[in-house]
Every structure is written in structure tokens, then in C-alpha cells.
Design a protein around this ligand. Structure first.
Ligand code: FAD
Length: 397
């Protein structure tokens, strides 16, 4: 395993940095830096800039618009992306659905959907979870009954992230009730404009509209929108989840946030001393940094072994550790900010006014950020469930 950066990697990092300096709109990076809410048009604008450069889908095969970068280059890209405060890309289409399409869809489906994802023509959302099916996803009950060349879909999805913006939803639906629960599930693409679909917002504690309930009432979906084989959807679903979990580890983001934390901990508190002078607090930062370095080494060794796209216990390991570290940093940030970090100014966060009430624009979202990050140990399969996955795959328990 060779973890040294090669000359070409160093040159690549420079090229990426320069691109961000020249092409990432300042107003977008400032929004990300101050943790303010991004709008649909912000996300689409940035997506199109990356697509124009040919860098929107690094993990895809070159034939469909991928960059052909090595795994190490992709790692560097992700790190520089976070450091530049670039807005997140439209992940549901690019990073979750696309691998499933590439692996299991017909050539016709690939030719139709992949370019539309690439060019931000379709905004996708994920229809996996249901009120009675989260960790136990195979309990899902949304039914798709075949009638000629259509499926008739009835049921409900929940926690559908950004479904209010979506043009399409990829859904797990039940097409059979015979045999094991996993063998009666199919993977269906549904146009959100189809009659019978209702999207109802779930408003979060911090007043954001991030998640939704989606209801299907006799929704008519062409059989041509089935991915792969009927009743084989569980295989595709698990494949997709592996990609989701690896992405949630967010190592680049944590490295960036750790820098912010160290800067903040050097600021003087009300008693005139910086929190970094407190040996206990300094030790907590050091512990977190060591954990993060260990996580990065693990991720890099997977990259070096060419195993970064392997969907196994590695994805669960990265998810657990990455999310725990992100949460710990958010806790330390809040403590380091002191009273200024307690501010909550939703109008500022939503972009309805230029500056926050407290005057500390960079700290105004820390509390909301702290609470919002509680979700990351839940979604993409909760961390408790990831521990079960690891024990099953490695220990055979
Ligand atoms: C902010 C947010 C966004 C989301 N976005 C989406 C989305 O876009 N699309 C989508 O389909 N889903 C989405 N989800 C849903 C997410 O995947 C589920 O919340 C998650 O899988 C957990 O399911 P649940 O909420 O039903 O909790 P439950 O499954 O009811 O779990 C409750 C608790 O019990 C624990 N638990 C359950 N089973 C076990 C077990 N076997 N062993 C040990 N502990 C266990 C869990 O860890 C958890 O702590 C989102 C969730 C959140 C919070």
C-alpha cells in the first residue's frame, strides 16, 4: 500500500484549487461557509458550472461523462471540494441512482436518464423509507400491481429529502408478497408529475423544509420504468446504499470544520482567555483530530487497494466513524463559540436578510447546524444498524 502523493497528484490538486478559485461563485461559497440555506437554483447553478467543465460526475464511466480520474484523484477532488466551501452536488441522481442505472438498467434507460442527470434536467429524490419501514426496510408496503404495460402504485414514502423540488423519485415497491420479504421488491422510477402523487412537507425544528412525506394514490407508472428485473429490487437497493454510506463519511468536510474549530478555539472567551488554553478542551480537539486522521488513513488505504467502490463492511465502517466525528466536531464548535453560538436567526439562515441579529454571521448557524447534524447517524441506515452489518459481514454473527 503506497500512500504517498505522486507528482501528478500534487499537480492535479493545484489544478482543482485553481478551478474553484476561478469558477466557484463567491456568493455560493459564502452561503456554505456561513451554513445558510441553499436554494434549488443555487444547487442547479453550481451543478451546471461543474457539468460545463466536465467534472460533475467523476465516478461515472468516461463513456457517460465521467472524468476518468484515478481513485486518488477522486479523493483529492472531494477534499478540495470541501475546503473550497463548494455547495453539495445533487447527490440523489449523481451518486445514488446513477450507479444503479450503470450497473443494472437497460442501455435505453441509461441513454435516456444519465444525460438528464448530468445536465441537471431531472432532480431526483429517494423513495425507500416508509412509516413502518426504516431500519427494517424489507417491511415496505407500497404496492405496485401490474396491469398491462403499467404498474399501479399505492402507498406512502417518508423522510423524502428535497422531494419538494424533485422531478422524479426512485422507489422501492412491493411487487410480490410471496416468499421472503426481500424477494418481492422492485426498483421503479416514477415521474413526480404523474397524477395521484401528493408531497407533504415535514418541517424540522430549525424551520427548514428538508424532508417530506410522499403519497401514491393509484399512480400509473409505465413498466418501461422498472430497473432490472421485477422482484430483484432488493439487490439494487443494497448496492445503492453502499454508495450512499461511503458518501456520508464526509472526511473532507470534517477536515475543513476542524480548521474552523481550531481558529474559533483561539478566540478569547468572556473571561478573556481562549478555550484552547483549557487542557481538557485541547485534548478533546486532539482526540477528534487523531480519530479523523485514522479515518482518512482507512479511506486512503481503501483507495490504494482499489477497494473504495467495494460495497461491503468498509462502507458501514466509514459511515459510522465519519458521522460520529462530524457530530463531535459540531459539538466542539458550539462549545468553542460560547454564547454567540447559541444564536438562532431563521430569517438570516433562509437568506431573508443580509446579516444575523447577533452580528456574528459566521457563528449564527452553529446551533442549527449542531441540531441538524443529529440526522447523519440516522439516515443512510442508522449507525446501530451499520454495526449489525459489520458484525454479520466480518464476524458472521
Ligand atoms: C433527515 C433525514 C433524511 C432522510 N432522507 C431520506 C430519504 O431521502 N429517503 C429515504 O428513503 N429515507 C430517508 N431517511 C430515512 C432514514 O433512512 C431512516 O430514518 C433510517 O433508515 C432509520 O429508520 P427509522 O427512522 O424508521 O427508524 P427505526 O428503524 O424505527 O429505528 C429507530 C431506532 O432503533 C434502532 N434500531 C432499529 N433496528 C435496530 C436493530 N436491528 N438493531 C439495533 N438498533 C436498531 C435504530 O438505530 C434507531 O436508533 C431520512 C431520515 C432522516 C432523519
Amino acid at each position: 500500500m503506497d500512500l504517498e502523493y505522486k507528482q501528478e497528484d500534487i499537480r492535479f490538486r493545484e489544478e482543482v484549487r485553481q478551478f474553484f478559485q476561478e469558477h466557484l461563485p463567491k456568493e455560493l461559497s459564502e452561503k456554505v461557509r456561513n451554513r445558510r440555506h441553499l436554494k434549488r437554483e443555487d444547487a442547479v447553478r453550481w451543478h451546471k458550472i461543474l457539468a460545463g467543465k466536465g467534472w460533475i460526475a467523476p465516478g461515472w464511466p468516461v463513456k457517460y461523462g465521467g472524468t476518468g480520474w484515478s481513485a486518488m484523484q477522486r479523493h483529492i477532488w472531494a477534499e478540495e471540494y470541501a475546503l473550497a466551501y463548494a455547495p453539495p452536488t445533487l447527490s440523489f441522481g449523481l451518486n445514488l441512482l446513477a450507479p444503479v442505472l450503470l450497473g443494472f438498467a437497460s442501455e435505453e434507460q441509461k441513454q435516456h436518464f444519465l444525460p438528464r442527470i448530468y445536465n441537471a434536467e431531472d432532480w431526483w429524490c429517494q423513495g425507500y423509507s416508509e412509516p413502518g419501514a426504516g431500519s427494517d426496510l424489507a417491511a415496505l408496503q407500497t404496492r405496485a400491481v401490474r396491469e398491462g404495460e403499467h404498474y399501479i402504485v399505492n402507498g406512502q414514502k417518508t423522510w423524502t429529502t428535497l422531494g419538494q423540488h424533485a422531478d422524479w423519485i426512485f422507489c422501492l415497491v412491493r411487487t410480490s408478497t410471496e416468499g421472503a420479504r426481500q424477494t418481492g421488491i422492485s426498483f421503479l422510477l416514477i415521474d413526480m408529475k404523474t397524477p395521484g402523487i401528493t408531497v407533504r412537507p415535514i418541517i424540522m425544528l430549525d424551520e427548514t423544509h428538508e424532508v417530506n412525506e410522499v403519497f401514491f394514490d393509484n399512480v400509473k407508472v409505465p413498466v418501461a420504468n422498472l430497473i432490472g428485473e421485477e422482484n430483484k429490487g432488493w439487490t439494487y437497493a443494497k448496492y445503492l446504499l453502499g454508495h450512499e454510506r461511503t458518501g456520508i463519511a464526509a472526511i473532507g468536510n470534517s477536515k475543513r470544520e476542524l480548521k474552523v474549530l481550531k481558529r474559533l478555539a483561539k478566540r478569547k472567551q468572556l473571561d478573556g482567555r481562549p478555550l484552547l488554553d483549557d487542557p481538557c478542551f485541547a485534548a478533546r480537539i486532539a482526540d477528534t483530530e487523531i480519530e479523523l486522521m485514522a479515518l482518512e488513513m482507512t479511506a486512503l488505504s481503501l483507495v490504494a487497494d482499489g477497494a473504495s467502490s467495494k460495497i461491503g463492511p468498509e462502507a458501514s465502517m466509514l459511515k459510522i466513524k465519519g458521522t460520529e466525528i462530524s457530530q463531535e466536531i459540531s459539538q466542539l464548535l458550539l462549545e468553542a463559540a460560547g454564547p454567540a453560538g447559541q444564536a438562532f436567526d431563521p430569517q438570516y439562515l433562509k437568506g431573508e436578510k443580509e446579516h444575523c441579529a447577533s452580528g456574528d454571521d459566521d457563528l449564527a448557524a452553529l446551533a442549527a447546524h449542531y441540531f441538524n447534524l443529529r440526522k447523519i447517524t440516522i439516515f443512510g441506515g442508522s449507525n446501530e444498524v451499520q454495526r449489525n452489518v459489520i458484525s454479520k459481514m466480518i464476524l458472521g454473527l
